[in-house]
Design a protein around this ligand. Sequence first.
Ligand code: MG
Length: 299
Amino acid sequence: MKFLLLYNPVSGRSSFKGNLEKIRKIFENSNHELTVYESKAPKDLEKISFDKSSAYDVFLVAGGDGTINEVVNGMMESEIKPILGVLPGGTANDIAAILGINRSIKRSFDIFFNDQPVLIDVNQINDQYFVYTASSGILSRVSYDVSRRHIKKYGYLAYVIAAMKDLALDYRYPIKIKANGATHECECVMVLGLSTNRVGGVRLINFSSSKLNDGLFELRFFKRAKTMWKLRFLSSLIRGGKRLGEDLHLVSNHFVIETSDEVNWNTDGEFSYKGNVEIKTYKEAIRVFASEKTIKKYL
Ligand SMILES: [Mg+2]
């Protein structure tokens, strides 16, 4: 098979270049073909993924969630789509973790060379595609607000510090949602949408039992409780994303959300839109390589 390895040299804490030699050797000892493309500018990978979609059998993406998101956005615009394989290499690697691909290059290539790919859903927010999460409100800015300098210096701790600062702020915003033929209105502190139960490096085991190929996305609307909303919000997170009585949890393939213009939406860890959004799910839109454990758990 023809593989195109796509990577972003400024993604993650450590350089991917060291692994490149290792990967070249693996290909030399196989009957597969490798081409390497290094990203040169933001959104560069989206363009190359669209242009090269029909020229390769597999896109191998080395990087974090943001890099994978770019590649998926390029692939989705093309009718012919290669299989997606990921090699975790960013600071946030939720997608790789969801797919059960860890940092062992040898084990990853066992899957890429020997296993059959599986079909998973892809979601869309307004005009952009995303793989696993969309959120607004409290904590949702943390993943893109933390500076690269702080990440290099402190690693995961940089996110923890930013989360604690964000938790000190007050949040409340109006939300009107249309889904499954019904309309709901509430005042929220956070909206969290997930395609599985993993986000920000943690598993919210009580969030949902959502599958990656059911054509559905799940949104939790954390309401602003009259008293001690922060404590209630945190206790829900600590209990694995357990739904509190007053919160709204919706499952659908199509949501229309109206909110105020200042509300920021985060998708796959990056800023995407402000204000009103429409979220759709495309069932089994791309083929990916995943571990056996992931296939059992999420498919
Ligand atoms: Mg689903």
